[in-house]
Unconditional design. Structure first.
Length: 145
């Protein structure tokens, strides 16, 4: 039986670069992802992603758009992942989650290069960026927390 996980992720862009987290996942090399994480019991997707962004990047952001819900399957799990777009507002300088090696502001070309090296956490990383750049998003009001 598969496990269901509900997550949220956020595309954050500033001056032509995207805020990415480099994660230690126990493999031969680190992986790159948008700030993302599990939605905790009693938490909605918008509250969850604001919390995850702060924990993983030390940035406080302002959500601007909803990218939608992606359903992603692995052999063991099914993920329902809410995607958001945000703008950075304040760098807090707080400690990052333990599994975050570093944060990086990367260009799209740098992210594509990481994708070619199989160093993106999932196919959703690039899809969210492409959707954000193409304007495929919804107003935040479609979610009622």
């Amino acid at each position: 039986m598969k496990i269901l996980r509900t997550t949220a992720a956020c595309v954050i862009k500033q001056r032509g670069r995207f805020l990415m987290v480099e994660e230690a996942r126990g493999g031969p090399h680190t992986l790159f992802n948008q700030p993302a994480g599990h939605i905790e019991p009693g938490e909605g997707p918008m509250a969850a992603i604001l919390r995850e962004v702060e924990e993983e990047t030390a940035w406080r952001v302002r959500l601007t758009h909803y990218l939608g819900l992606e359903v992603f399957h692995t052999p063991e799990k099914t993920f329902h992942s809410h995607g958001f777009i945000a703008t950075p507002e304040t760098w807090l300088g707080t400690a990052l989650d333990a599994d975050i090696v570093a944060t990086h502001w990367l260009t799209l070309d740098e992210i594509v290069s990481l994708e070619c090296q199989s160093r993106l956490r999932s196919p959703l990383v690039r899809k969210r960026i492409d959707d954000a750049l193409a304007g495929r998003h919804y107003p935040l009001g479609v979610i009622r927390e």
